[in-house]
Design a protein around this ligand. Structure first.
Ligand code: HEC
Ligand code: HEC
Length: 239
């Protein structure tokens, strides 16, 4: 495996390219779930997990070999996300329905391959054990967070933040707080163009305090035990 070389090159590019979704507000909002192309094709393909690992080497430079991302929110945890959600987000990023200038050049067909490669890497990522110690919020408004969650989020993200795989509703439990807040804010303020319009409506009245409270609550929700790794687990595929 030529993992280390790729790792260093990508990490450097990442350091240079870590900008927000510049100019996103000028672009037309994308349809949230237009489907078609790779998003429809990839879920029906059988993932080749060996090739998934090969592809994932590039991703690991930012999302880390474990897929655990970073508590500072720069890179989200990917481990344990639903297979179909990973496929949709990757397809959206490739189609520029979701702006991600940091990652875009590394996610293109010419770097990683077509629909089969998407299925392979998504299959690989979905099976990685999740981070047992995600970044959490300040812990000051958890009761408010729980109340807001119950009233506004359960029907789509589930009782406990587990999401609904078949509908492309992401698992958000145990995700890093700072990443969650950024996405929530971008969805609320119209910067994440593939956002679900019903979610945008549901959260339109959320103040920044509400947002912090609900995301703090979500970051502390525990995924099912069988999906979570041991503290300090290192991905043996990256020896
Ligand atoms: C150069 C750094 C970098 C590389 C390489 C990279 N990513 Fe990302 N990725 C990011 C960043 C930054 C985000 C979050 C962007 C945002 O805040 O919207 C992200 C977001 C994602 C998301 C969305 C997660 C979610 O919860 O919605 C998926 C899926 C993803 N990456 C998969 C991959 C895969 C698969 C690869 C390899 C083919 C890859 N990434 C390579 C930086 C990177
Ligand atoms: C009508 C359904 C619906 C409701 C209600 C809803 N969401 Fe969402 N949410 C979604 C969908 C669908 C996505 C993924 C959109 C996409 O494909 O980009 C999403 C994405 C997110 C994300 C980004 C996840 C990631 O990995 O990038 C966060 C954070 C989030 N929702 C939090 C919430 C919270 C908190 C609430 C309640 C206050 C809420 N949502 C209410 C459907 C909903």
């Amino acid at each position: 495996m030529s993992g280390m070389k790729i790792f260093a090159a990508v990490a450097m590019a990442a350091a240079i390219g870590l900008a927000g979704p510049a100019g996103a507000a000028d672009k037309k909002s994308a349809e949230w779930n237009k489907g078609g192309g790779e998003q429809d094709e990839a879920p029906h393909l059988t993932p080749d997990l060996e090739n998934g690992l090969e592809v994932y080497e590039v991703c690991a430079a930012c999302h880390l070999p474990e897929g655990w991302g970073k508590p500072d929110g720069t890179f989200p945890q990917l481990a344990g996300q639903h297979f179909k959600v990973i496929i949709k987000q990757l397809a959206d990023i490739r189609a520029q329905n979701r702006d991600n200038p940091t990652m875009y050049p590394f996610a293109l067909p010419k770097s990683i391959g077509g629909a089969q490669a998407i299925a392979d890497v998504s299959g690989y990522i979905a099976k990685l054990p999740m981070n047992p110690e995600p970044g959490v919020g300040p812990g000051t408004d958890l009761e408010l967070g729980a109340k807001l969650y119950k009233e506004n989020c359960v029907r789509c993200h589930g009782e406990n933040g587990e999401g609904i795989a078949d509908k492309y509703y992401p698992r958000i439990q145990g995700q890093h707080f700072k990443y969650l807040v950024r996405q929530f804010e971008w969805i609320r303020d119209g910067k994440r163009r593939n956002a679900n319009p019903d979610m945008v409506k549901q959260i339109a009245g959320f103040s920044d305090k509400d947002m912090v409270a609900v995301m703090d609550f979500v970051s502390r929700q525990k995924p099912p035990k069988e999906l979570v790794g041991e503290p300090g687990w290192e991905n043996p595929d990256f020896d």
